[in-house]
Design a protein around this ligand. Structure first.
Ligand SMILES: Cc1cc2nc3c(=O)[nH]c(=O)nc-3n(C[C@H](O)[C@H](O)[C@H](O)COP(=O)(O)OP(=O)(O)OC[C@H]3O[C@@H](n4cnc5c(N)ncnc54)[C@H](O)[C@@H]3O)c2cc1C
Length: 417
C-alpha cells in the first residue's frame, strides 16, 4: 500500500498534460502507464503515418521545440522525438509497465488503485484519481472477420506497416474514416487494386484560404464550443473525419485514383467467400460532402462578420482539388456482393474504429454516469475526487483532442480534493 495525493491513469498526451499541470501546482502524483509513455503512438500507427494536427495543437503542454506553430504533417518518428525530449526534460513521475487493473472506493472516501507490474501487484491509496486511458484503446473488429479463411491475410492498425509487406494482389479496406481513407490512398498509390468499404463520416477540408483547418476551428470558436451547445448527440462519438495529414482526401479523389468504393460492409457469407455490402455509398458521399460544405460555410460566415481589415487579410478561397466531384462515382450503384477470390483480394485491412477499455472501473456511481456507449460525459463525476480527461465533449468540442487536453487539465486541477 502506498498513500499518494493523486493518481493519473495513462501516459498519453492527455495524462502527460495533466502531469505537467500537477507538477507546476506542486501536487504529489504518479502517472501509471500500462506500457510505455505515448504507447498508442508507438504501436498503433503505420510506417508512413504523419500527425495531422499542426504543431500548435499537438505539442505536449509546456513543450519547447523551436519549430513553427504552423508546422504540420510531421512524420511519426519526428513528433515522437519531440515528445520524448519533452518528457525527459520535464521528468514526469511516470511509472511504465504499470497496468491499472481495478479502481475502487476506499472506506475513507479515497480510492484504492490496484496495479499489476512485472514485479508483482501493488495498491495505491489515492485522494484523487484522474483517468486518461484514451478513447482509441482497443481495435473494434466486426465478428464477421472470423469467417474469412486463412488464405486471406488480415491486418488492423497496429499490425499493418506498409504496402510492401502486404501480400501481392488486391486489398479490401474496411472502414471509411481517417485511417481507412489514408491507407486506401497509400495502397492505391503503391499500385494496388483497392476496394474500400465506406462509412458515414464527415469530410473535412485540410486547408481553407491558405490556413490549416485546425486554426480555423480555433479562430471561429468551434473548438471551444461548450458541450451544453452540442445539438447532435451522434457527434459525441466523433469519428476521425475524412482527411489526410497534409492534404485533403475525399471519396472523389480516391475514385479518381482507381479505388473501388463500396457501401458499409454488412457481413460475410457463411463460407467466407462473399463480402456483403449495404447499398449506401451515395449516402456516405453526400454526408461527407455536407460535413465539408458545412465547415466551409461556417468559416465563410465568420469571415463575413469581420470588419474589412480582418476580412481582406485572408487569402482568396481556392477549392481543394481533392473535393472536385468525380462524376463516374455516382453513375452506377456499387456492387452489394464481392467474391473475394474472384476479385483477387488476398488482404483485408480493418480500419473499423476503436473502443475504450474501462474494465478496471469498479465504482458503480461513476459507471452509471457513462453514456449509452460506455463513454464518460464530463470531466467531473458523481464521485468527489474521480475525474475523466481525454474523451470527446467532456467540456468542449476540443476535449477529445490535443487542442482540448490543455484546457481540461487545469480545470481538473482546480477541482481536486
Ligand atoms: C489511427 C489514429 C490516428 C490518429 N491521428 C491523430 C493525429 O494525427 N492528430 C491528432 O491530434 N490526433 C490523432 N488521433 C487521436 C489521438 O490519438 C488522440 O487525440 C490523443 O492522442 C489521445 O490521447 P490520450 O492521452 O487521450 O489517449 P492515448 O494516447 O490512447 O493514451 C492513453 C494511455 O493510457 C494507457 N492506459 C490505458 N489503460 C490503462 C490502464 N488500465 N492502466 C495503465 N495505463 C493505461 C495507454 O497505454 C495509453 O498510453 C489519432 C487516433 C488514431 C486511433
Amino acid at each position: 500500500m502506498h498513500h499518494i495525493d493523486t493518481v493519473v491513469i495513462g501516459a498519453g498526451q492527455a495524462g502527460l498534460c495533466m502531469s505537467y499541470v500537477l507538477q507546476r501546482a506542486g501536487r504529489e502524483h504518479v502517472v501509471l502507464e500500462q506500457a510505455q509513455a505515448l504507447e498508442q503512438w508507438r504501436s498503433a500507427r503505420w510506417d508512413s503515418f504523419k500527425i495531422n494536427s499542426p504543431l500548435a495543437f499537438s505539442r505536449l503542454m509546456g513543450q519547447r521545440d523551436g519549430l513553427p506553430d504552423r508546422q504540420r504533417g510531421l512524420a511519426l518518428r519526428t513528433i515522437l522525438g519531440l515528445w520524448d525530449d519533452c518528457i525527459a526534460q520535464r521528468a514526469f513521475p511516470i511509472h511504465e509497465k504499470s497496468k491499472v487493473v481495478a479502481v475502487e472506493q476506499a472506506p475513507d472516501g479515497g480510492f484504492r488503485v490496484h496495479v499489476e507490474r512485472e514485479a508483482g501487484s501493488h495498491v495505491y491509496l489515492a485522494r484523487n484519481v484522474i483517468a486518461a486511458p484514451g478513447t482509441y484503446q482497443l481495435p473494434r473488429i466486426p465478428a464477421c472477420a472470423a469467417r474469412i479463411g486463412p488464405q486471406i491475410e488480415q491486418y488492423r492498425v497496429g499490425t499493418y506497416t506498409n504496402p510492401s509487406t502486404v501480400r501481392a494482389g488486391s486489398v479490401l479496406v474496411v472502414g471509411g474514416g481517417q485511417t481507412g481513407v489514408q491507407l486506401s490512398e497509400e495502397l492505391a498509390q503503391a499500385g494496388r487494386r483497392v476496394y474500400l468499404a465506406t462509412s458515414m463520416v464527415k469530410g473535412t477540408p485540410r486547408s481553407h484560404r491558405g490556413e490549416d483547418i485546425m486554426f480555423w476551428l480555433e479562430r471561429t470558436g468551434l473548438l471551444a464550443t461548450p458541450k451544453e451547445e452540442l445539438t447532435d448527440p451522434g457527434e459525441r462519438l466523433e469519428r476521425l473525419p475524412i482527411v489526410g495529414s497534409d492534404h485533403a482526401i475525399s471519396h472523389h479523389c480516391l475514385a479518381r485514383m482507381g479505388v473501388t468504393l463500396l457501401g458499409t460492409l454488412r457481413g460475410m457469407s457463411a463460407d467466407g467467400e462473399l463480402a456483403l455490402f449495404d447499398n449506401n455509398l451515395d449516402e456516405h458521399i453526400l454526408f461527407a460532402q455536407q460535413g465539408y460544405d458545412e465547415l466551409i460555410g461556417h468559416i465563410e460566415d465568420w469571415i463575413a462578420r469581420q470588419d474589412d481589415v480582418v476580412r481582406l487579410g485572408f487569402a482568396a478561397p481556392v477549392a481543394e482539388p481533392e473535393w472536385r466531384p468525380h462524376q463516374p462515382l455516382s453513375a452506377l450503384p456499387p456492387p452489394t456482393e464481392l467474391n473475394l477470390r474472384q476479385a483477387g483480394i488476398h488482404t483485408v485491412i480493418w480500419a473499423t474504429g476503436w473502443r475504450a477499455d474501462l474494465s478496471w472501473l469498479l465504482i458503480d456511481d461513476v459507471v452509471r454516469a457513462l453514456d449509452t456507449h460506455g463513454l464518460p460525459q464530463a470531466c467531473d463525476t458523481p464521485v468527489d475526487g474521480f475525474f475523466w480527461l481525454g474523451f470527446h465533449w467532456l467540456r468542449t468540442r476540443a476535449s477529445g483532442s490535443g487542442a482540448g487536453f490543455h484546457l481540461d487539465a487545469p480545470y481538473i486541477a482546480s477541482r481536486l480534493r
